[in-house]
Design a protein around this ligand. Sequence first.
Ligand code: NAP
Ligand code: HSE
Length: 442
Amino acid sequence: MRRLNVAIIGGGTVGCGVYQALRRNSGLLVARTGTHLQINHVVVRNRRKQRPVRFSERLVSTDWKAAIRDPKTDIVGELIGGTTTAKTIVETALKLGKPVVTANKALLSEHGESLFALAAENGAGLYYEASVAGGIPIIKVLREGLVGNRLNYIYGILNGTCNYILTRMEAEGGDFADVLADAQKKGYAEAKASLDVDGLDAMHKTGLLASLAHGFWVSPDQIHVDGIRQISQMDIEFAGKLGYKIKLLASICRLSTTGSRHSAKEHQIQVSVCPTLIPQSHILASVSGVFNAIYINGDVVGETLYYGHGAGHGATASAVLSDIADAALDHINHQTVRVRPFTRHTSEGQVIPWEDIISEYYMRLTVADKPGTMAKITKVLAESGIGISSIVQPEGHKGASVPLILMIHDAATSAMQKALNQISRLNVVKSPSKMIRVEHFH
Ligand code: NAP
Ligand code: HSE
């Protein structure tokens, strides 16, 4: 029986989940991998902290360098998060030729290309299934399952915390701060919750998926991102009345060379993460709570859907175990990394600027309830070449100013932003106006 030792650096939500799961299913993993995988180190910052799992005392330390350098350590799990110490940990292990398993999407999104190169130079694997969509094996899907497909579009709900917040705000009118605190208590949120609610965590994941799908590196600064802080109860209600749900939606779309909405060269893609109105009848609208889902269209397979827990100790541990098993199998296979972490397959890839995107929009204004208001607003839109598909003044709002919702036909984002600024300056418009993208998935 082969034995491999795994050093876990980080004993928080994910580290505890991995420790528990590896102990619970070690027999199963022996049967499936032919290897006995055991933990030889758990490294934390504070040894005295109360944790949901009681680590065996002899395993725990605060010295990650010693844990990595220990000649008995075969595989390193980087589970601390962040992009500074975590980067040094991954680099140190790779330079020693030790395979690394990480759940750290922020690190990979910012430094993935150089870390993958370092892994290749040192003949070590870098595994990151847990970095995107929790327990859904979406990295394997893109690198292996759909390898024979040109990927036309990928739409995803990729942040469990945001989906949990939006779902509870919709279902019970929950207060944003209270629901966020609950998501933190459940272990869904990042150490800095702004990474979740400002859309950055989803942006990191989206960049990784876009890079894998399109074969060139998509860095965070190429991705348009907007979080959910500005989504109000009122928007959720109005969207509902119009037949939509609001989701923090990641979009990675290959622009069609023949399609009617966009014209593009072969490798142009649009990549964004933003709150989006999606029809209640669409399958992604039913993805609630901490669940994630990814809806992919490949030119051979057609449409496919992947669904599961997107955050939390169990979902993430499941993905980390899958990587540990892969690392073990590669190790047995004479240190050959069977599937490369990232394969560049085009040098012509381009992400088109957000301003050039053509989309439908929802626009919410707070306006003076008096004759002539509508005419002033529609005049700006007409002069900007923007078509309106419907106008709704929701009932039950009385007073000097009332909400007004406009649903906008396909328009260039730059034109929409310009028109919204002009409209916001009209004297009949009373408070900051808002526009949210609308996606019909066709
Ligand atoms: P966490 O609960 O905050 O745990 C972080 C752990 O790292 C803690 O045990 C902490 O020690 C330890 N740590 C931090 N800095 C350290 C250092 N310099 N030396 C040694 N130990 C250090 O975070 P988490 O939720 O487990 O997330 C870990 C990683 O997984 C992040 O990259 C995150 O993005 C990713 N991830 C999380 C989830 C999720 O659902 N939570 C899902 C997918 C991916 P102390 O406990 O002593 O403070
Ligand atoms: N904070 C992340 C989320 C953890 O809520 O989706 C999973 O990556």
